[in-house]
Design a protein around this ligand. Sequence first.
Ligand code: OXD
Ligand code: MN
Length: 583
Amino acid sequence: MTTKLKSLQDWVDSVAKLTQPEDIHWCNGSEAENKRLINQMNRSGDLLPLNQDHYPNCYLHRSSPSDVARVEHLTYICTEDEEQAGPNNLWMSPADAHAKMDAFFDGCMQGRTMYVIPYCMGPLASPYARCGVEVTDSPYVVANMRIMTRMGTAALERIESEGSFVKGLHSIGELDPDRRFIMHFPEDLLIQSFGSGYGGNALLGKKCHALRIASWQARQEGWLAEHMLIVGLESPEGETHYVACAFPSACGKTNLAMLIPPESQAGWKVWTLGDDIAWLHLDANGQLRAINPESGYFGVVPGTNAKTNKNAYDMITSETIFTNVATTEDNLPWWEDKKVGSPAFDWQGNKYDPDTGPAAHPNSRFTVAATNNPCYSELSEAPEGVPISALVFGGRRKELAPLVYEAKNWRHGVLVGAGVASETTAAATGQVGVVRRDPMAMQPFCGYNFADYWAHWLSFADKSDNLPGIFHVNWFRQDQNGKFLWPGFGENLRVLRWIIDRCEKRVGAKETPIGFLPESHGIDTQDLDLDPAVMDALLAVDNKQWLDEMESVGEYLGSFGNRLPEELQFEHDQVMQELRKIS
Ligand code: OXD
Ligand code: MN
């Protein structure tokens, strides 16, 4: 197979000339093609079949031990003007980046097959969807892209009719951390990734395209590409509200997207649209609508059990690619907190020894089609997406941030988003558990200067008088002994219900300098067995702590210099003033 689109054929030819593969395979996305690839990877050892009686069509991939997470220190935005990338990104000039990458790619596919993967991010029939083509020498990437995107012939047809696409060139190289870079050239809609096979570095449709490049495209075209789950909440009366929530990596987006209402919330139903990325557009009526550009989940495995997320637990018992989990004696996948079975082999395939650390890697992952999810929303394929009632930011904070609060208006909400901070997790290489600023949960993913990104967010206030409410939640507040105050998981529905009630103007709220908080009894705690003092602690706003926090947010915003939008500075000054009045 080839293509009738000359610009695509020329690009593929030029990549082949540089990388010198033995074969070129254009992926059509068919079942037969997938089977052939899986069989081939079973033979090469790239994919190991798991126990097929209990986990039909499930496979295990073991990464190279130094290739288990995103590498933010090797991820660059390469724009002509350094200011475009901003202090939030590592920058390299396109000329330097090309020189470096061309040397890496030179002859790197010798003896290997080069796969050409046409893919579509978003429903194939959606005007909001955008296409790309990834060229890779990794069959594992092909199998994952088939789950995570609409990949193959239909995507190629759309690309041929549109004539434009995002180009992604990937090679695992030698999987050498010293010869690894993830480069983005937003001005050319181009991604180049070398030396890693890990999801976020190698499945280029995901973070590289659907967030870094798409955020750039979105600014130019007037929409938003965000690190957000999308979930529908259907009330017992049959009314469904959709919310989109941005949390940093590995802070429970997949769990919230697949939430199971506890018994006390009888009659509520939850429908998942997406667990990681949302593309948001204003429609002709000024209603914000969301599509999920992805068609599968690449979720963190440890912690998933029949209690924490039964939907996910069930969803990954068939047709799933596991990466870096442990295995039991009878070849079942195993991970920390699975609660059943015990590990015989660790994630590297060695006999499990508890002294050498966890059996499954803390960032071990599952890749599975969204349609496997028991609460898959039929609207996932709706070309026009779903209407969004609320946008919710959140982070992992032991203290400070209350369980929930609502921004005073859209502009203040942009400040709330810009002020998001969270304790780091295993999803990226580096220290775990340190608080870092992660505006809109986009710190690792915004493809341009945050100052311009906030200006873009702020500009929506002038485009519609019908924008969703903006909220902030924190499921992770702890007491002095390190115990979580809020039960989390399914019970988070109680907080989402308050959010919906606020959007529908059905409940009052308490005004504080940081925003609107639930009144006492605002959040339904029936059957929760929660001491009222704990609820008070969860909703406490400590002015002194908040003054310190806002000072630190102010310093952070100041680091963007005079590119920082005045309106954002104004919102910040307002909150500072209010806090000072009360302190
Ligand atoms: C992810 C991440 O893989 O955010 O979704 O790191
Ligand atoms: Mn993510």
